[in-house]
Design a protein around this ligand. Structure first.
Ligand SMILES: *[C@@H]1O[C@H](CO)[C@@H](O)[C@H](O)[C@H]1NC(C)=O
Ligand SMILES: [Ca+2]
Length: 289
């Protein structure tokens, strides 16, 4: 049995599209794996699928079978034709949160984290662990960075592809430092232009705020940033004489912010003039039906 896990490990180093981690504890073997979003080779999945099926046939250990079945599920998912967005997977009946391969019309397929529990949202930003710095340049914000199942910015190019055909809803979810309240806001009509137009952002003013966020909303909340171009450390597109984006990429206007969630992890907050601190942030989009 053990030698199969060595082979799994070898396979994983040969085939860089999957990361197979091997753990043998108290005779209990668990295999888990992750997608490496940047490297995707179809033939590798086919090879690993063959190997997985083989292992499944030979093993009767419950924990191994469970992991292998999970792996098979993930590989089938990867081999299937990618769907346009998380909402499409949700509409197919898929309810498992996780990383999916997306392919909006006319776009190069990419991976994103899907929140299925709340109805098929595509996550575009998450700050939860604080292990990924966000003071990045224009190209990093354009391409995306971080870990899809951890802290990340999906990428402005991908956000443009996801929202270009039909304006989406955009949902903000913040956990407040003071009382750990879950403050949420949902706006309609969200989309961003392409890179040539500096990823200019569009959103509608009417929002759905939950009770926990209401007291923090000033200047129409996120709508304050409507029609603004994206700015980053090395690209000043804002309407301030200086560069509001000196340490965080965003759709800055005259610096004033609905929420500072792309800067230093330990000083995220809602609204400039109030500065109510946030310990967690998640932003996601969903196509309207
Ligand atoms: C915050 O509320 C949303 C919407 O009700 C929910 O989906 C989410 O899981 C909550 N987040 C946390 C961290 O409790
Ligand atoms: Ca400026």
């Amino acid at each position: 049995m053990f030698s199969w896990f060595i082979i799994a490990l070898l396979l994983s180093s040969v085939y860089c599209s999957l990361k197979v981690e091997q753990k043998v504890e108290k005779g209990e073997a668990t295999v888990c794996f992750k997608f490496e979003p940047k490297y995707y080779y179809l033939k590798d999945y086919v090879e690993i699928l063959k190997f997985t099926m083989n292992l499944l046939e030979r093993s009767n250990k419950q924990s191994v079978r469970k992991n292998m079945l999970e792996m098979k599920h993930e590989i089938y998912k990867a081999l299937a034709k990618p769907k346009r967005d998380c909402k499409s997977y949700y509409d197919m009946g898929i309810r498992k949160d996780g990383i999916y391969r997306l392919s909006p019309k006319g776009a190069t397929p990419f991976h994103a984290y899907c929140d299925m529990k709340n109805g098929g949202w595509t996550v575009i930003q998450r700050r939860k662990y604080g292990d990924v710095p966000f003071d990045r340049k224009w190209v990093a914000y354009a391409e995306g960075f971080g870990n899809l199942d951890g802290d990340h910015w999906l990428g402005n190019r991908q956000i443009h592809q996801l929202t270009k055909e039909k304006p989406s809803q955009i949902s903000f979810e913040f956990i407040m430092a003071s009382d750990h309240a879950n403050a949420t806001a949902i706006y309609n009509g969200f989309y961003i232009d392409d890179e040539g137009a500096q990823f200019r952002m569009h959103v509608k003013p009417n929002a759905k705020y939950n009770k926990a966020i209401k007291k923090y909303i000033k200047n129409n909340g996120f709508y304050y940033h409507n029609n603004m171009k994206f700015s980053a450390v090395d690209r000043d597109n804002d309407r301030n004489r200086g560069n509001c984006a000196s340490s965080s990429g965003y759709w800055y206007d005259n610096c004033l912010l609905f929420a500072y969630i792309n800067g230093d992890f330990t000083s995220m907050f809602i609204h400039d003039s109030i500065k109510s601190y946030i310990i967690r942030s998640e932003i996601k989009v969903r196509r309207r039906i």
